[in-house]
Design a protein around this ligand. Structure first.
Ligand SMILES: [Zn+2]
Length: 246
């Protein structure tokens, strides 16, 4: 059976000397794993569309045991990302998360939209990288069924408090009056507002908030701890991002 679809290449592996195995996150078919014959060869017509981070239009042949890419045209290759190692590593981390969280097709379309928007902002340098990182992390986990409970203190129901502590393992909050145990991250009112915005806002408004640099770091720390506690697996692209940032 043949079908056509648009999707983002979120993982790419070389097979043999010149073939590629790619994972494509699509709007309508979830994650597709497909072979692209001779795609490593520079002059091959599949070369551009089947590289990591390319959003493209694909014609695919599906048989009972494998998918094969017959044709591929790039729609967007996010060229600017490939000239900046830090932004490139962050883009690869977004793909890594999508590869883990969009596998069963649940919310794949929403995850694709999230990653494509983040890649556009990352390309343009229009938002601070740490804000993009936290927005992608918290929103993608929420779409995939791991939404943290940030509405109020889990102990007393307070919506705001002088001290609020986020617990990455539980994915919830305790206020200072509820005697939060060790292991949580104290977050400022501004960071809590940002986290609520990322998790609960309409998609169109997701990336439109600002934070000072100290707060960006606090947000990034809380968000990343939540990713690590939720997924509990190694994330090589995240490690690489950190190795570049010292
Ligand atoms: Zn409380």
């Amino acid at each position: 059976m043949q079908f056509q679809t648009d999707g983002l290449v979120v993982r790419e592996m070389t097979v043999g000397e010149s073939d590629r195995l790619i994972w494509v996150l699509t709007r309508d078919r979830g994650m597709i794993r497909a072979f692209a014959r001779r795609a490593k060869i520079y002059k091959n017509s599949l070369h551009a569309a089947t590289q990591l981070l390319c959003y493209g239009h694909f014609k695919v042949n599906e048989s009972k045991d494998r998918c094969i890419i017959l044709e591929g045209q790039p729609i967007e290759i996010f060229f600017e990302l490939r000239q900046d190692l830090i932004r490139l590593s962050l883009a690869q981390y977004f793909c890594e998360l999508a590869g883990i969280l969009a596998v069963d097709g649940q919310g794949a379309g929403e995850i694709l939209r999230l990653v494509l928007n983040a890649l556009h902002f990352l390309c343009k340098g229009a938002r601070p990288p740490l804000i993009l990182k936290a927005a992608v992390e918290l929103r993608m986990l929420s779409i995939a069924g791991f939404m943290p409970d940030l509405v109020a203190c889990a102990g007393c129901g307070a919506y705001t408090a002088e001290t609020m502590v986020f617990f990455p393992q539980e994915g919830n909050l305790l206020c200072g009056n509820c005697h939060p145990p060790a292991g949580g991250i104290a977050i400022s009112a501004g960071v809590l507002t940002a986290m609520r915005h990322i998790v609960y806002s309409d998609f169109e408004k997701l990336f439109s908030f600002t934070l000072g640099e100290d707060s960006q770091r606090q947000l990034a720390r809380a968000s990343e701890r939540y990713v690590l506690a939720t997924l509990s697996q190694s994330l090589p692209a995240l490690d690489f991002f950190h190795s570049l940032n010292g």
